[in-house]
Design a protein around this ligand. Structure first.
Ligand code: COA
Length: 322
C-alpha cells in the first residue's frame, strides 16, 4: 500500500530565551551566537512541562488546524526523541492515553536529530507491509532539561519543541525512496549518558547532559549530508531542480549554508527553524515545515527533501510530495 503525509502539527513552549539570556551566565554574546550558528532565540519548556506534554499539544494543534481529523483509527504511534520524560513508560503510550486512541502500537525510537525522518521511514514501511493504515509520527525534545549550561560551546545551541506528522495509506505514493545510515565510530562526539561511562571503549561522562565535539560534528555533517542529498536524489531518479524545498535538520545555519553551497542550491530553497527555535533535534524538521507552510511558501503538489542527522552519528532522508 502507498502512503502520504496528510497533515502536520507543531508546538513550541511559551518561554522565549534570547541570546542575551546567556550573556550574564557564560562568556558569550548575541553577535557570536548569531554569526556562528544563525540562532536568534530558542524556546525552553516550563519546569513542569515535558516531552510527552509537548507531543500531546502538537497533536491537538494538528487537529485544530485540520478540522475533521480523527485519531480514533490511528493504529501506530512512533515518537522520535532523545529527551523522554522517563525511560518507561514510553512517550507513545502516554500519548495513546491522553488522546484516548484505543487500538494502537506504541513505540519510541532514539535516533537523535534524525528521529523524525526515521519515524516517517518506519511509518511508510508499516503501511507498505499492509499491517497498518494510519500512523502518528512525532519528533519532540525538551533538550533544555539535558543541557550543560556551563559549557558555552553547546548550551547556546539547544531549544525545545515538538512536531507531528499524520502518515496515512493512500492511492498514490507521496512518500518516495528513502536512505539511512550511521557511522557509530563517532559515538563519543555527540552523547548523552545517564549511566555508562564508556562508549566504543572510550571514556565518557555519565552525567545526563549533552556532550558534543562541535568541530568534528560540523565537518562530518557538511561532508556526509552533501553526499547523502546526492544519493537520495539518484535513488529517486530526480534532480535538485525537481525539488521545491529542502529541509535539513536545523543544527546550525552554517552547516545548511555550506551544504547549499556545495550543492550549488540557493538558500531560498532551504527551509529552516534554527533562527527562531535553535537546534531542537528531532523537532527541527517539522518546525521548519510549519513555519514555511504558515508563511504560504509550501503549496500542494510541492516536492520536498527531508534529511535529519545527529548523534550516532546517524542520518535519515526521504523525498515526499505534499
Ligand atoms: N560564545 C563565544 N565564544 C565561544 C562560544 C560562545 N558560546 N563557544 C565557543 N567560543 C569560542 C571558542 O572558545 C573559540 O575561541 P578560541 O578561538 O579562543 O579558542 C572560538 O569561539 C571558536 O570556537 P569553535 O569551537 O571553533 O567555534 P565553531 O565555529 O566551531 O562553532 C559550534 C562552535 C558548536 C557552534 C559549531 O562547532 C557547531 O555548530 N558544530 C556542530 C553542532 C551541531 O550541529 N550539533 C548537532 C548535530 S545534530
Amino acid at each position: 500500500m502507498n502512503s502520504q503525509i496528510t497533515a502536520i502539527g507543531v508546538y513550541a513552549p511559551d518561554q522565549v530565551i534570547t541570546n542575551d539570556w546567556f550573556a550574564d551566565k557564560i562568556e558569550t554574546n548575541n553577535e557570536w551566537i548569531i554569526s556562528r550558528t544563525g540562532i536568534k532565540q530558542r524556546r525552553f519548556a516550563a519546569a513542569d512541562e515535558y516531552t510527552s506534554d509537548m507531543c500531546i499539544k502538537a497533536a491537538k494543534k494538528l487537529q485544530a488546524e485540520n478540522p475533521g481529523t480523527s485519531f480514533d483509527d490511528v493504529d501506530f504511534i512512533i515518537v522520535g526523541t532523545t529527551s523522554a520524560d522517563q525511560v518507561m513508560p514510553n512517550m507513545a503510550s502516554q500519548i495513546q492515553n491522553a488522546l484516548n486512541i484505543q487500538n494502537t502500537g506504541c513505540l519510541d525510537i532514539m535516533a537523535a536529530c534524525a528521529g523524525f525522518v526515521y519515524g516517517i521511514i518506519l511509518a511508510k514501511g508499516l503501511i507498505a507491509a499492509g499491517t497498518h493504515k494510519k500512523v502518528l509520527v512525532f519528533g519532540a525534545e525538551t533538550l533544555s532539561k539535558f543541557t550543560d549550561f556551563t559549557d558555552r560551546t553547546s548550551c547556546i545551541l539547544f531549544g525545545d519543541g515538538a512536531g507531528v506528522a499524520l502518515v496515512e495509506a493512500a492511492e498514490k505514493s507521496k512518500i518516495f525512496s528513502t536512505i539511512n545510515g550511521t557511522d557509530g565510530s563517532h559515538g563519543k562526539d555527540l552523547y548523552l549518558s545517564q549511566h555508562a561511562s564508556v562508549v566504543n571503549g572510550e571514556e565518557i561522562v555519565p552525567n545526563g547532559k549533552i556532550h558534543q565535539n562541535g568541530k568534528v560534528v560540523f565537518k562530518w555533517a557538511i561532508q556526509t549530508i552533501t553526499n547523502k542529498v546526492g544519493e537520495l536524489l539518484s535513488k529517486n531518479a530526480i534532480t535538485l531542480d525537481d525539488l521545491d524545498w529542502i529541509i535539513l535538520h536545523s543544527a546550525n545555519l552554517r552547516i545548511i549554508e555550506a551544504v547549499a553551497q556545495e550543492l550549488n542550491v540557493s538558500m531560498d530553497k532551504m527551509l529552516t527553524s534554527i533562527e527562531l527555535y535553535g537546534n531542537t533535534s528531532s523537532a527541527s524538521i517539522p518546525l521548519a515545515w510549519d513555519l514555511a507552510a504558515k508563511s504560504g511558501k509550501i503549496k500542494p503538489g510541492n516536492k520536498m527533501l527531508l534529511l535529519g542527522f545527529g548523534g550516532g552519528l546517524t542520518y535519515a532522508g526521504v523525498i515526499i510530495e505534499v
